[in-house]
Write a protein that binds this ligand. Structure first.
Ligand code: GTP
Ligand code: MG
Length: 335
């Protein structure tokens, strides 16, 4: 009887994995879309190089970190060494260049916490946000992309988790839930914890890449082609990983005492950071350390209400994995 149940479960899991892989494949941007984006960026780069000597553009976020689903917006960072101009002024100047280049809906959001210029490319219809001098985002984009090259299961897991979070409306930082960036870090952390591990901790290895951004030294092992076998001892399927990911965040993670840290490849106590109490608006109810800006908790946006929403969604997902006969559908039902 027991053996029969286990066999049925294994078959269910295999079926679940097949369905998840279908969803993953559907979410991947097409080669045509990738090409369109590359062309758009190189044209934009050409315009800026010509009209603004000394300015340099970098792609960051989901269009460059391997975790972008189809039809995502493009995030660009403008890097300028000009100490005289404020971020708002730099954004204004960028907006003028874009308008002169006939871009559509150019909006300079100079008063936002992070000033940006938003616009739509008149040829391709691609939407783009440009921020200024945010090189940490460019560097953490590279870190995520390098992790994604080590084992394809990271990209698969993160696509499924991001898709789930969007369907369930828990990917909205302005409402106190988590950013896509935070979810990807949660996935990396989770795969570092598997036994045997599926991902290494690149920041604990001998650095082959080093840059300094302001006062922050960013260093890690980036020769990831040489460790592409790293996770091969671990045979977990995508279905098992998705199931365990939600079990982990529903039942195993210690929200009261623990910080997750991709930088160290593990967890440590909130005491070490003094993240045990509310300071200003930062409550530290779920603690996710930024890999480079280590005083930065990506869970800072989560408040008393949204932590409940978030944890209830993790319970819901874990319970679906345990009891539902069609989890690949129920999991993503719109909220
Ligand atoms: P989607 O647009 O939802 O597909 O995902 P995304 O990968 O673009 O993520 P998100 O919009 O959350 O963030 C864009 C990029 O900004 C991330 O890849 C990071 O590089 C950076 N970023 C986002 N939030 C933070 C943050 O709180 N701190 C730092 N240092 N970087 C951040
Ligand atoms: Mg984005």
């Amino acid at each position: 009887m027991h053996a029969k149940k286990v066999i049925r479960r294994r078959a269910d899991l295999e079926n679940f994995t097949i369905q998840l892989l279908e969803i993953y494949k559907f979410l991947i941007p097409s080669a045509e879309e990738e090409m369109k984006r590359r062309k758009f960026f190189s044209q934009l780069d050409g315009v800026v190089n010509k009209k603004w000597p000394g300015a340099k553009l970098f792609l960051y976020g989901s269009c460059a970190n391997a975790f972008g689903v189809r039809n995502s917006d493009i995030d660009v960072c403008l890097n300028v060494e000009d100490k005289q101009m404020s971020k708002a002024e730099l954004v204004m100047r960028m907006a003028e260049i874009l308008e002169a280049d006939n871009m559509q809906n150019v909006q300079a959001l100079t008063h936002a916490r992070v000033p940006i210029v938003k616009f739509t490319d008149s040829v391709t219809g691609i939407s783009c946000d440009i921020c200024v001098n945010n090189m940490l985002a460019v560097v953490n984009t590279k870190l995520l992309r390098d992790y994604a090259k080590i084992d394809v299961r990271l990209r698969q897991l993160a696509f499924i988790v991001k898709h789930w979070a969007k369907c369930r409306q828990v990917n909205e930082t302005y409402r106190g839930t988590l950013s896509s960036y935070a979810y990807v870090l949660m996935c990396i952390h989770f795969l570092q914890q598997r036994d045997p591990p599926i991902l290494p901790c690149l920041q604990e290895m001998q650095p082959t890449y080093r840059v300094k951004v302001g006062k922050i030294e960013c260093a890690y092992y980036d020769q990831v082609e040489s460790i592409s076998h790293f996770g091969s001892q671990n045979k977990d399927s995508l279905g098992e990983l998705v199931t365990s990911f939600f079990e982990y965040w529903a039942f195993q993670h210690n929200y009261n005492h623990v910080v997750i840290s991709v930088r160290t490849g593990g967890t440590f106590s909130k005491d070490e950071k003094d993240w045990t109490r509310r300071i200003g608006n930062e409550r530290h109810l779920i603690c996710i350390e930024d890999p480079f800006e280590i005083s930065h908790d990506l869970g800072r946006v989560v408040d008393k209400h949204s932590i409940r929403v978030l944890r209830d969604e993790f319970y819901r997902a874990a319970n679906i994995m345990r009891h539902d006969c069609n989890p690949a559908v129920t999991l993503f039902e719109p909220y």
